[in-house]
Design a protein around this ligand. Structure first.
Ligand SMILES: Nc1ncnc2c1ncn2[C@@H]1O[C@H](COP(=O)(O)OP(=O)(O)O)[C@@H](O)[C@H]1O
Ligand SMILES: [Mg+2]
Length: 324
């Protein structure tokens, strides 16, 4: 079998604050296959963005990888120079964010920004770069692209800006697109269009997508396989269908239970009691123990292993390790 497109092996990332180390990612092991859409879901503060940024070599300065390894197409990404990273970013792996304005330069017309990305990574002439840019802009569903090419980002709607960012991310045909909450800031109808667009591009172009969202409803629509993260740990991993029909971890069940359901119209929406603890309040044991309704004595002292409960279905929970 050919190696996975991206492999993370037992990665740990910690923040150093005031000389003390606070781990924010623990034992992150994952693989993304060519052409796959892998979802990461979890509430805010669970480490989804930090996972994504680490893959891009863009984690905050205070954060350090303290353990583990990354491989892109079988090649280790350890100790790469900034120059080597720049060659990978945009060309082999690219990323889109919740707020397109963080990635777009407000002072440069949008078409030129896409063309610049192409010129950085290819030897295309100015004319060829413009042609390819216009083609890509059409592909992501933008219209009147000749005029739009010379518009500044602030003249575009949120949905159009997100399309521009997707065009910029995909124009060099990366093998992997990381989409970190790409539709969270958009209206529901625009959100649905952008999700359709990403799904379509994945089918047409073989680009694998790492799709990150706090919304299990969106993840269910988009992904082939899902990783559930809680407080820096992977707590469950399964094909998307199975996460929805047979969730095992109490946290996943809670997320599922909090989804709006048309048959429960009029009833208040369920929310998981409590909150994700900030880094400095995290204790030993199962990260979810403080909010879980099924706590066993060992849950507060021993971190459960991520164990297989069915084929391709893993859970990090003492309720399951007990049965084995
Ligand atoms: N620059 C930073 N300094 C200190 N802690 C941070 C920083 N960025 C993120 N964190 C902490 O790391 C954890 C994971 O954050 P993040 O990956 O952004 O979560 P998510 O994307 O799932 O909302 C959180 O507890 C967050 O508070
Ligand atoms: Mg985030």
């Amino acid at each position: 079998m050919s190696p996975a497109l991206l492999t993370m092996e037992d990665v740990e990332v910690a923040f150093t604050v005031g000389g003390k180390s606070y781990p924010a990612l623990h034992h992150i092991t994952l693989e993304i296959q060519k052409n796959e859409v892998l979802g990461i879901v979890g509430e805010s503060g669970c480490g989804k963005s930090l996972t994504a940024l680490s893959i891009m070599g863009l984690q905050p300065e205070a954060a350090q990888m303290t353990r583990g390894q990354f491989f892109l197409g079988g090649t280790s990404l350890a100790g790469l120079s900034e120059e080597a990273w720049q060659d990978i970013r945009g060309k082999r792996v690219s990323m889109i964010f919740q707020d397109p304005m963080t990635a777009l330069n407000p002072l440069i017309p949008v078409g030129r920004q896409i063309a610049e990305t192409l010129k950085t990574h290819t030897n295309l002439s100015k004319k060829e770069a413009r042609q390819l840019t216009l083609e890509m802009m059409r592909k992501v569903g933008l219209s009147r692209v000749e005029q739009l090419y010379d518009e500044y980002p602030h003249r575009l709607s949120g949905g159009m800006r997100q399309r521009v960012m997707i065009a910029m991310a995909l124009v060099c045909k990366p093998q992997l697109l990381i989409a970190d909450e790409p539709t969270t800031a958009l209206d529901v109808t625009i959100q649905a269009q952008i999700l359709d667009l990403l799904r379509g591009l994945n089918r047409e172009t073989d680009t694998a997508i790492l799709f990150i969202s706090h919304d299990l409803g969106v993840i269910r629509e988009m992904c082939d396989r899902v990783i559930v993260m809680y407080a820096g740990y992977i707590v469950e991993e399964a094909p998307a269908e199975e996460i929805i029909t047979k969730p095992q971890h109490p946290y996943t069940k809670g997320l599922l239970h909090s989804l709006p359901d048309i048959s429960k119209r009029g009833q208040p929406l369920y929310t998981i009691p409590g909150r994700v603890p900030p880094l400095h309040e995290r204790k030993g044991g199962c990260p979810f123990a403080g909010r879980c309704g099924h706590v066993l004595p060992e849950c507060t002292s021993v971190v459960p292993e991520l164990g297989e409960v069915a084929v391709n279905h893993k859970v990090r929970c003492h309720l399951y390790t007990q049965q084995n």
